[in-house]
Design a protein around this ligand. Structure first.
Ligand code: UD1
Length: 432
């Protein structure tokens, strides 16, 4: 049954909260276990729907999965004997394309339904196809299936026209078992790209240069199982930092890598938020109206597109006008229609949003259109006066590990409730 969040705003968040493992690393590391026929122990796995879907796909391929505790699991890939991921479940998430990079080193014919994921723009996969083709695979996307055939990949130079997290990781996965050396030029530098490479190196891969825009991968004949702990989620950490400032709270966000947060921290300081960094935690406190700032999204180490939507909400009550430029995805302003219902004053021209700060937001009925829009609307509900009902929260569950429990522990008034059939109808009528 569909669920919604009911949020009574106006409670400052206070206390300590721990960040879960990184979604965007987990969704690559789990398929990457297929590169070897062995046993793995993975720690700090986030409890999110995208991970549940991936684990189910791994099981369907013959892997054995065993949870040791809430965040640690073992994966045994020794009985996986097919590269056929033509499973409907795979359509549910973007990261399904990592099955191609992971399986093409082990099987000669692999196919997966074309990726789904959040609707935030056209999200092509041309760079993945270009990279795999350069390595010698025959790739097509006929009948809605991302299909690759190869009798052994050969290392080569791959130049990415655009920085892409997905393409960098996918081609890295394919190249670790290719013959010879692959050089990825204009590679993505995101923390989760580095984390996936660290995991692969622990499996016996030879990858150098991750974290820079040139990655060199010397192919190896075989890989083996390992124990690995996934890094903390940069975007969940940022969401919690923004929520703390938005509610005029005082929160210690634990289990973070502060350097991953530099772009956000710099912007928050510019807004007038008090941000203190420690070894593996960040304290965010705020007791005044914030200054307007301008934000442009860029690949890492620039300001992450995934935090643009929450940051827009934070700026909706700042003093003055903020200009937000979304450089990565063309349709990532869908949350703005919703915060306008809550009193925000925002104009949009293509990829530029101008946020004119208002004194306060007020509660309303709003709908999440994608994962990060959902997170942004939770923050809007927490800072608004009155009650907000947030629908389509299945998007939020895809990427946040029970975020409402973390917020409740910090003093938020947020409840997950079932949506009654008649209230869905009423709600949809209102929005027609
Ligand atoms: C990943 C993240 C997502 C984040 C995004 C940018 C995962 C599962 N998701 O998405 O949370 O918002 O990085 O940090 O890790 N592009 C092409 N051709 C391609 C691939 C990408 O033109 O073949 C373009 C995209 O349309 C976009 C830009 O490159 O404009 C960056 O996309 P990319 O980094 O690939 O995003 P994802 O890997 O899909």
């Amino acid at each position: 049954m569909e669920e919604k969040f009911v949020i009574h705003g106006g409670h400052p968040l206070k206390g300590e909260v721990s960040v879960s493992g990184a979604k965007n690393a987990a969704v690559a590391i789990l398929p990457a276990t297929l590169l070897a026929s062995d046993v793995f122990t993975i720690e700090n796995v986030p409890h999110i729907d995208d991970v549940v879907v991936l684990l189910n796909i791994l099981k369907r391929l013959g892997a054995k999965i065993n949870f040791i505790n809430r965040t640690t699991l073992t994966i045994d890939t020794r009985e996986v004997n097919s590269g056929n991921v033509r499973i409907k479940l795979a359509k549910r998430l973007r990261a399904s394309y990592y099955f191609i990079g992971s399986l093409i080193g082990r099987f000669s014919d692999v196919g997966v339904y074309l990726p789904g994921g959040c609707d935030i723009g056209s999200r092509p996969i041309d760079l993945h196809i270009k990279g795999l083709t350069a390595l010698g695979a025959k790739v097509d996307t006929d009948y809605g299936i991302f299909h690759a055939v190869s009798n052994g990949l050969k290392g080569t130079e791959v130049y990415f026209d655009q920085v892409s997290v997905g393409a960098t990781i996918n081609i890295m996965l394919a190249a670790v078992r290719a013959k010879g050396t692959t050089v990825l030029i204009n590679a993505a530098k995101e923390p989760h790209v580095v984390d996936v490479a660290n995991f692969l190196n622990l499996m016996g891969a030879k990858i150098r240069g991750v974290g820079t825009d040139i990655i060199r991968i010397k192919g190896v004949d075989s890989l083996h199982g390992c124990n690995y702990s996934i890094i903390p989620d940069q975007i969940e950490a940022g969401t919690l930092m923004i929520a703390a400032a938005a509610t005029k709270g005082d929160v210690l966000v634990k289990n973070v890598v502060p350097v991953h947060m530099d772009a956000l921290t710099a912007k928050m300081l510019e807004m007038g938020v008090d941000v203190q960094e420690f070894d593996d935690s960040i304290r965010v406190s705020c007791n005044k109206r914030l200054n307007a700032v301008n934000i442009k999204t860029y690949p890492y180490p620039g300001f992450p597109t995934d935090l643009q939507q929450p940051a827009t909400v934070l700026l909706s009550t700042a003093l003055g006008a903020s200009v937000i430029v979304e450089n990565i995805f063309e349709s990532r302003f869908k949350h703005i229609d919703e915060i306008r219902k809550m009193g925000a004053k925002v104009t949009i021209d293509d990829r530029i949003a101008v946020v004119q700060g208002v004194e306060r937001l007020t509660g309303s009925q709003v709908k999440a259109s994608d994962l990060r829009a959902g997170a942004a609307l939770i923050i809007a509900g927490l800072m608004a006066e009155g009650t907000t009902e947030l629908y389509n929260i299945q998007y939020i569950d895809r990427g946040y590990d029970h975020i409402e429990n973390k917020l409740i522990a910090l003093g938020a008034d947020i409840k997950r409730e079932k949506v009654e059939e008649e209230s869905i109808e009423e709600f949809e009528l209102e929005f027609r």
